[in-house]
Design a protein around this ligand. Sequence first.
Ligand SMILES: Nc1nc2c(c(=O)[nH]1)N[C@H]1C(S)=C(S)[C@@H](COP(=O)(O)O)O[C@H]1N2
Ligand SMILES: [Mo]
Length: 319
Amino acid sequence: MLIKKPNKIKSFEITSERNYINRRNFIKSGCLIGGGIISDNLLTAELPSQPFEILKNIKESQYSTDEQINNIIDVTSYNNYYEFGLDKDDPNLNSRDFKSRPWTIEVEGEAEKTGIFDIEDFIRPYQLEERIYRMRCVEAWSMVIPWVGIPLANVIKELKPLSSAKYVKFETLHDKKRMPGQKSGVLRWPYREGLTIAEATNPLPILAVGIYGRALPNQNGAPIRLVVPWKYGFKGIKGIVKISFIKNQPKTSWEMAAPNEYGFYANVNPKVSHPRWSQARERRIGSGVFASKQPTMLFNGYEEHVAHLYDGLNLRRNF
Ligand SMILES: Nc1nc2c(c(=O)[nH]1)N[C@H]1C(S)=C(S)[C@@H](COP(=O)(O)O)O[C@H]1N2
Ligand SMILES: [Mo]
């Protein structure tokens, strides 16, 4: 697979990485003194309206990996976002004019708090957290990405699902004019994903609103997307406009497209091959052309946090 570099790398993308590294060192030293430079209680999340704008009041997370993070150029130019094209460099090139404001999120189904929320109101009650997660795409490549977001579990608690809510379903914006890739029939639109309620209330999944301390670029799913680090990347639905609490397992876009290749669970599993390729190893993007592939870990290395969710479940059948 060839990775094309964008011909016009904007200077702010480069500066933002440098600032980012400085900021991390600052946070690290702050932590040594006070166990965190931000006080949790008083601050609420503030979401800037432009991609790449600096996010404020971010706290560090105990769930971050200390593996080397990927370069911001890789993270913003090697993407999957079929609404903006099928090639890895398409989302960066084709999403530049996408407007992620105004933006609303509709909550419906088996929950006490339903309705249509403006993105700012939806985010405001929570503290932003940085979560540096190892990400594994079903196509056997991986990256380490410094996300900024809010724990999905906190959001769900606030929405008060009823006991009848067994699954959470997510949908991307459906608008052919704003998302030209939806003119093609490669997937059934809108892009749909789902989690069991137990998965969705596990501490790991986040609704991400940023990367590298800045508001999410369009190609990474602005203004808000899901990140589920123990599952293949396609579960991380971008540009979310709707969250539904439902009784029955929802059909996801990838399941509808190829049910023998993409299951509902999509847990990273080196022992269960994709019908067309092995999942035993992965290529870390940015490690160089001559770097050897590295072994893939069960649940992408997050086994201690999530294995209990699948007790008694046959992971080969429920892939
Ligand atoms: N709406 C939507 N969300 C999506 C996709 C997509 O095509 N459409 N692609 C998925 C896949 S296959 C991957 S690997 C991740 C990639 O996220 P990243 O580009 O931010 O690394 O987004 C996921 N979310
Ligand atoms: Mo993917």
